[in-house]
Ligand binder design. Structure first.
Ligand SMILES: [Mn+2]
Length: 218
């Protein structure tokens, strides 16, 4: 049975909807937030066993979330209508929160998974490392060393903030470091890919049915 969650998070600042299948496979969108304003609706992209559609309202964030879902092996739909006339902060943070909630909900009780995962991803001259623990202990250390103010319409300071919001609400521990690279687009994308590779390992099944903890509970 696929690990699945549907999260809708509506506030005065943003409307976010996320459909997440951690094991990939087919997913459907019953009611789009964009219904009635079809100009912003994205077509579902199905490649192989995954369906991914991201419409965050912020182009570079779409690109990062697409990479995260792809390399994590997820099927995922993300929709956000946010107050981007102010800036990108509320949309990015609230998508991080909602995606973390969806991940936590989809994981359910943590049995029979590896729990720990490590990922390294290069992108040309850039190289990032991510280490995650599906721990029920929310903590994020994110050091990406980004120099630019923005990449496209995404503020660079919001990239670690997104990862922190995700980790807190997913209730996972993660350390993400960009180890080298000159180009901030490359640094950021390699970090998301490294995180995806680490998550993919951590959520994979061992073949047993144990809770992976000396405490017997996570
Ligand atoms: Mn914030």
């Amino acid at each position: 049975m696929a690990r699945f969650a549907h999260v809708k998070r509506i506030t005065n600042e943003t409307q976010v909807q996320i459909i997440l299948s951690i094991d990939g496979g087919p997913i459907t969108l019953e009611e789009s937030l964009f219904e009635g304003s079809s100009d912003k609706e994205h077509a579902l992209q199905t490649t192989g066993s995954q369906t991914i559609s991201v419409n965050s309202g912020i182009g570079f964030l779409d690109h990062m979330l697409h990479a995260l879902a792809k390399h994590s092996g997820w099927s995922m739909i993300v929709e956000c209508i946010g107050d981007t006339y102010i800036d990108d902060h509320h949309s990015v943070e609230d998508i991080g929160i909602a995606l973390g909630e969806a991940f936590n909900k989809a994981m359910g009780s943590v049995r029979g998974i590896k729990r720990f995962g490590v990922g390294f991803a290069p992108l040309d001259e850039a190289l990032s490392r991510a280490v995650v623990d599906i721990s029920n202990r929310p903590f994020a250390v994110v050091e990406l060393g980004l120099k630019r103010e923005k990449i496209g319409d995404l503020s660079c300071e919001m990239i670690p903030h997104f990862m922190e919001s995700f980790a807190t609400n997913a209730r996972i521990t993660m350390h993400v470091d960009c180890l080298r690279g000159f180009n901030d687009h490359h640094r950021s994308e390699s970090a998301f890919k490294a995180l995806a590779i680490a998550i993919r390992e951590a959520i994979s099944y061992t073949g047993g049915d144990e809770v992976p903890s000396t405490k017997g509970v996570l």
